[in-house]
Design a protein around this ligand. Structure first.
Ligand code: ZN
Length: 422
């Protein structure tokens, strides 16, 4: 089974982020979970004042993230952060919560100030583990640095390669140090949550090497992580084609689908059926590919951004609630609401609210209607995720079905990607 985690930056991101939580009861799906961010969620960590600080401070009174979310919903409903006459149930059916650290940058800053002092690092790691364990997160992404492999475009290939590989070696050492500290804290304090170790690299080989180092560390410490995460691939435009061996004829779309697929395959065959989470890169059209190649979960912020940034964009579905292909124009694309004429979707959101109603709410000039419409557009996208994942789960030959969908663009993309995954 694959789980897709929708990102919610409660405590950061302002206005509409907290409103979304009120409507979790509208997500009646098996495969959708919520990814929360330690950096925003813990008001003791974030340096600048968090949005809804008073609510967030109460998090320390709770011993289950689901209970805390129920409390948050009640508070926000009390504050009328939804249109009148909308019925909301406090209980919802979301079963999966994952905690991501989001602390890459903050950790980097602290270490710049303090140097890598082992006591400091242990203290930080232990607090994170305690926080995630107390709140009973189902999965926890281990702390590490957010690695960004940047380069200047005017530098020659060999110079870029040298600099990246030098930077990677340094980062790799620091990250292995944090993972080792994580294992030591887990053992010293008998933590039992399911930890995902993030992996990074600047090409396929460095990913493999880093995984080998983590597996060595596990053997040395006699500890096994619950699973692994593929990091640093959320935006493949930033990844250098030559370093990754991207075929010359590929456009950006082919590149991102192929790269994420190939990396998923490479890593999944080396981790003996353990969990594999694709960090930040779980776009809808990549879901069947990564499910097929061994990823057990993913997250992605695109659907939320598309619904909320500028003019709302709606995800055009390819799969219906009955797990049949739908012949829509622009399937799996995000299209501006004003440009959508006919769109077939039988998700619960579209059955209750049609395009005209959504447009009216957005143009109503009323704050709560405006925000609510955007949340509905987002939840409609989450249903599409659920239907696509259900399709992959229930149809044994699903990957071939996506080669002959009603959408020729998708068929061609899948053909090219699958032909090039080695
Ligand atoms: Zn829909």
């Amino acid at each position: 089974m694959h789980i897709f985690f929708a990102t919610n930056n409660l405590g950061g991101g302002g206005t509409n982020v907290s409103r979304f939580l009120i409507h979790l009861d509208k997500i009646k799906t098996k495969h959708i979970g919520i990814l929360l961010n330690y950096y925003y969620l813990n008001p003791k960590i974030k340096k600048s004042p968090a949005f809804d600080q008073d609510v967030l401070k109460k998090i320390f009174n709770y011993s289950d993230i689901k209970e805390f979310i129920r409390y948050v919903k009640q508070i926000f409903i009390g504050k009328d952060r939804q249109p009148e006459n909308i019925s909301t149930a406090i209980e919802d059916t979301i079963k999966h919560y994952i905690l991501d650290s989001g602390t890459g940058n903050i950790l980097r800053d602290f270490i710049k100030e303090n140097g890598i002092k082992q006591d400091f690092l242990s203290g930080f790691v232990e607090l994170y583990l305690q926080f995630s364990e107390k709140l009973k997160f189902d999965l926890v992404v281990a702390l590490d640095y957010a690695l960004k492999y940047t380069y200047k475009d005017d530098e020659g290939e060999s110079k870029i390669y040298q600099e990246l590989s030098k930077e990677f070696t340094n980062n790799e050492k620091a990250n292995l140090n944090i993972l080792e500290t994580t294992i030591k804290c887990i053992k010293a304090n008998n933590h039992s949550q399911k930890i995902i170790a993030p992996l990074h690299g600047y090409n396929f080989d460095s990913y493999n090497n880093y995984l080998a180092e983590v597996l060595n560390l596990e053997a040395k410490e006699k500890y096994s992580f619950y699973g692994f995460g593929l990091g640093g691939i959320a935006d493949t435009r930033k990844l250098k084609n030559n370093l990754w061996g991207v075929p010359e004829s590929f456009n950006q779309k082919m590149k991102s689908h192929w790269l994420i697929s190939q990396l998923t395959k490479n890593i999944s065959k080396k981790i003996d059926k353990r969990e594999l989470h694709v960090l930040g890169a779980g776009n809808i059209s990549v879901i069947p590919l990564i499910s097929y190649l061994g990823a057990t979960s993913s997250d992605c912020h695109s659907a939320w951004r598309r619904a909320n940034d500028g003019e709302s964009k709606m995800l055009i579905p390819l799969i219906s609630s009955k797990l049949q292909f739908i012949d829509n124009v622009n399937s799996w694309e995000y299209i501006e609401l004003s440009e959508i004429q006919n769109m077939n979707c039988d998700c619960p959101i579209c059955r209750e609210y049609n395009i005209v109603m959504l447009k009216e709410m957005i143009e109503s000039g009323e704050n709560e209607k405006f925000y609510f419409a955007k949340i509905l557009i987002f939840i409609h996208a989450l249903y599409q995720y659920d239907y696509v994942i259900s399709y992959c789960e229930q149809k044994s030959n699903f990957i071939n079905d996506f080669l002959s969908s009603p959408n020729n663009g998708i068929n061609q993309l899948y053909k090219i990607v699958l032909n090039n995954v080695k």
